[in-house]
Design a binder for this molecule. Structure first.
Ligand code: GLU
Length: 274
């Protein structure tokens, strides 16, 4: 059995808020209970939304909370060649195809159904077409992937102090998901499964908003010959109106709480940690 290893993997596209603090504390608590270690990974693949100053700020916010992580801290922006190689491999196996379609074109194509994130399912317009001159994404050929790996798909969901549950995964509900974006040779889904495997992550603790994504991740792990970690998807911290906290709204940013005089101990207590 590999020794337990967890990761906290925020994206530096805004300041950290209470929801991140909750996830980070929970990761630390579970890592401690399992006698494992907890790594920090900065998920900065998005060149438009991520900023280096936010990456610095998140490191400072986590240090203020009293959380320390082993070095080196991984940054996804430094791993593009690894992602490109994986995409090339999928391409050589005809598991991805190029797609220059814009969001508007996909909308206009009027395909049926939506993926778990609420985006229209890609109707497959570009499947089987040659590589275009225009900038293009790379989409998973879901039908071909499922031919190659017919399933069934499942993963182990764990929760502290509770028996494990085997959850069935249904990757098909993501359709021909983007694995390589137009601007970078990866997408969240591809980068996260490659990095979890490369870092030897055994237990993934992340928000419930990513639970559906795990269905796709299990398929990608199968296609790429990577192990499937165990998963715990935790409830999300909501604001007084019951809305999910969002970095864009700057709601309950840790920096704002700190400026108002809150201590890390108060933040911990407010989030239900002893
Ligand atoms: N980077 C993602 C986020 O900030 C989390 C990814 C993950 O935990 O799998 O929401």
């Amino acid at each position: 059995m590999p020794s337990p290893r967890l990761r906290f993997a925020p994206s530096p596209n805004g300041r950290l808020h209470l929801g991140h603090a909750y996830s980070a504390f929970l990761n630390a608590e579970i890592a401690k209970a399992l006698h494992g270690d907890l790594w920090l990974r900065i998920e900065d693949i998005d060149p438009l939304r991520c900023r280096p100053e936010w990456a610095d700020a998140l490191t400072a916010d986590l240090a203020w909370l009293g959380l320390a992580f082993p070095e080196p801290v991984w940054r996804q922006s430094a791993r593009m060649s690894t992602y490109r190689a994986a995409l090339d491999d999928l391409r050589a196996r005809n598991l991805v195809y190029p797609c220059p379609c814009t969001r508007r074109e996909i909308q206009a194509a009027g395909g049926e159904g939506r993926d778990p994130d609420g985006a229209p399912l890609y109707p497959g317009t570009c499947r089987g077409r040659p590589v275009p001159d225009a900038p293009h994404a790379w989409r998973l050929d879901m039908a071909r992937a499922l031919d190659l790996c017919p399933g069934p798909f499942a993963y182990t969901a764990f929760a502290p102090g509770e028996p494990d549950i085997v959850r069935t995964a249904d990757p098909a509900r993501w359709g021909d998901a983007v694995l390589g974006r137009k601007d970078v040779p990866t997408s969240y889904h591809l980068a996260v499964v490659l990095d979890d495997a490369a870092q030897g992550i055994t237990h993934v603790v992340r928000g419930q908003d990513l639970e559906a994504a795990t269905d796709l991740h299990v398929l990608l792990q199968r296609l790429l010959g990577l192990p499937t970690p165990r998963y715990h998807h935790h409830g999300l911290i909501r604001d007084a109106a019951g809305e999910k906290l969002s970095k864009s709204l700057r709601s309950e940013a840790l920096a704002a709480l700190r400026e108002r005089g809150a201590t890390p101990q108060e933040v911990r207590a407010r989030l239900g940690f002893a």
